[in-house]
Design a protein around this ligand. Structure first.
Ligand code: FES
Length: 135
């Protein structure tokens, strides 16, 4: 088994550690797993939920944004803008391109141009403890 990249823990890209959190991953070049517990964190005595976590792969320049819609439904979106190839930024429930302003839903659909294609999406499955992303 090849350990993929595992990019540390809480990495803050834009000053909000709960928003842009890189999850720990296990797996190989075809399938990775992320613990469901990566979507929760404690803030003082309160347990809070992340809307998404980021996944850094060693074999890709672009991370995956893994959105949680429910306990059994997730979207794994490549953070690559189909307009001209910039890396997207996750902004709560949507993704935005810093280059020309395209926006995408948390399910990868185009919200605002100039991009005219949806995001590349990876199949996800779940069990009681993990989310699996088929690469
Ligand atoms: S590269 Fe993303 S909108 Fe142009």
């Amino acid at each position: 088994m090849l350990c993929l990249g595992v990019v540390g823990m809480a990495a803050a890209l834009q000053g909000c550690t709960s928003a842009n959190y890189f999850a720990k991953i296990e797996g190989d070049a075809k399938k990775i797993s992320i613990k469901k517990s990566e979507f929760t964190f404690t803030d003082g005595e309160k347990t809070k939920e992340r809307k998404y976590v980021l996944v850094k792969l060693t074999q890709s320049e672009f991370p995956i944004c893994l959105y949680k819609h429910s306990e059994t439904e997730y979207s794994a979106l490549l953070m690559y803008c189909p307009h001209k190839g910039c890396e997207l930024l996750a902004q709560g429930d949507y993704l935005v391109c810093p280059c020309h302003g395209s926006e995408f839903t948390n399910k990868g659909k185009v919200l605002n141009p100039p991009a005219d294609q949806d995001l590349q999406q990876f199949k996800t499955t779940v069990d009681n403890e993990n989310i699996y992303i088929q690469l």
